[in-house]
Design a protein around this ligand. Structure first.
Ligand code: NAD
Length: 378
């Protein structure tokens, strides 16, 4: 669905924003996927991301097809009131296609729990009763689940632990470089540091830090909170944003944005395993270079699936009006990711293919199997 959103701006002017929602596969149940506010959002980008969500949900065994939405706007250039009008108008336009049993949005780039609360409220006003299961990633006081904020980062670490366990190793003592210190990168860094890994480099869009003996991750997070950037942190050396990926380490975790490992830098990565916390961080050309060099790539649809898995847990809790404990959320998350990794590993051995091809094979096979079982109507 492509919509036009005429929005009254704070200065009294009127601006039209383009909005999109793409539902990719309706065979598996309702569709699920984030809502992105970014100046580069397009119908094509939403379609690609919706397809990605289909495979991710199928791989994790979640009862959803994939979807993705977006509004082409720069959220940093808009006031909170303007963003609220955009979100509510977008939701109103989407009412025919979203709903707890139809299509369930969630946060993505440029949106968060505030926007999800506005969607929940606007949808509920329209249908006449509260419908918390229409979105996930809500604030806790209106039905958001415990454990959602850190779910993707923790999931990245669970999957990495499974990969290492299969090789008879553990994360303790291993060096890890992490690009991106947002929701995902920071949570992964904290957990890896707590597990005894040496986080030898972290970075964001403005630059990074390295320390061969390992950074004090909680101290780095405090520094960022106080100073707004890594610059001047006393326990590490400053680094350019792009250099973080090339710091020597057993594990490299791109957790920033798409297309960061390309044919230009793939040969410079000095690591054994790349864990794709971001969506699409490795280009196909870079994938081939890494494979030639014997670097294992743990694909995004497996590595970062912790987020949608805990979103699914939130949807279940919202529908049942029942809150789970943090321990229950984290135990179920670990179990679901372990099962997905086992399926991918088995497919990779059976088909003699890399983990990305194996993950896609498992996911596509499940969707195809469901379509075959449901048959053709009439
Ligand atoms: P975020 O906005 O919280 O953080 C992004 C981080 O990446 C920031 O530190 C930013 O400065 C940094 N960054 C951006 N561009 C960069 C660049 N060119 N070089 C270096 N650093 C750069 O976002 P997030 O929620 O942590 O998401 C990160 C990635 O994980 C995205 O690709 C997202 O699609 C993916 N992902 C997120 C979730 C989730 O639950 N948040 C789930 C699945 C996938």
């Amino acid at each position: 669905l492509v919509v036009n959103l005429p929005i009254r701006m704070d200065d009294g002017g009127l601006v039209n924003f383009a909005g999109y929602r793409v539902q990719h596969v309706l065979t598996m149940g309702p569709t699920k996927g984030g809502l992105r506010f970014s100046p580069t959002v397009s119908l094509g980008e939403c379609a690609a991301l919706a397809m990605w969500m289909t495979w991710k949900c199928a791989l994790l065994g979640l009862p959803y097809g994939g979807a993705k939405g977006g509004v082409r706007c720069d959220p940093r250039a808009l006031s909170a009131a303007e963003l609220e009008r955009i979100t509510r108008r977008y939701t109103t336009e989407m009412i025919p296609v979203i709903g707890p049993e139809k299509d369930i949005p969630a946060p993505d780039m440029g949106t968060g729990d505030r926007e999800m609360a506005w969607i929940y409220d606007t949808y509920s006003q329209a249908i006449g009763h509260s419908a918390p299961a229409v979105v996930t990633g809500k604030p806790p006081e209106i039905g958001g689940t415990v454990g959602r904020r850190t779910a993707t980062g923790l999931g990245v670490v669970h999957v990495l632990e499974e990969v290492l366990r299969h090789r008879g190793r553990s994360v303790e003592g291993l060096r890890v470089a992490i690009q991106g210190f947002g929701n995902v990168g920071e949570a992964a860094a904290f957990r890896l540091h707590a597990l005894g890994a040496r986080v030898v480099a972290v970075g964001d869009a403005d630059g990074g830090l390295s320390a061969p003996g390992g950074l004090d991750v909680p101290a780095v997070a405090c520094w960022i909170a106080d100073h707004g950037s890594f610059a001047g942190f006393p326990g590490g050396d400053g680094l350019g944003a792009a250099e973080v990926l090339e710091v020597p380490a057993e594990i490299v975790i791109p957790a920033a944005t798409a297309r960061q490992i390309t044919s230009a830098n793939a040969a410079c990565l000095d690591c054994e395993i790349v864990v794709e916390a971001a969506n699409g961080p490795t280009t196909p050309a870079a994938d081939a270079i890494l494979a030639d060099r014997g670097v294992t790539v743990v694909p995004d649809i497996l590595a970062n699936a912790g987020g949608v898995t805990v979103s699914y847990f939130e949807w279940v809790q919202s529908r049942q009006r029942l809150g789970w404990s943090l321990a229950e959320v984290e135990n179920r998350l670990r179990g679901q990711l372990r099962a997905a990794f086992a399926a991918v590993l088995a497919a990779s051995e059976r088909l003699d293919v890399d983990l990305r091809t194996a993950a896609l094979a498992v996911a596509i096979d499940r969707v195809a199997g469901a379509a075959t079982s449901r048959g053709v109507f009439p």
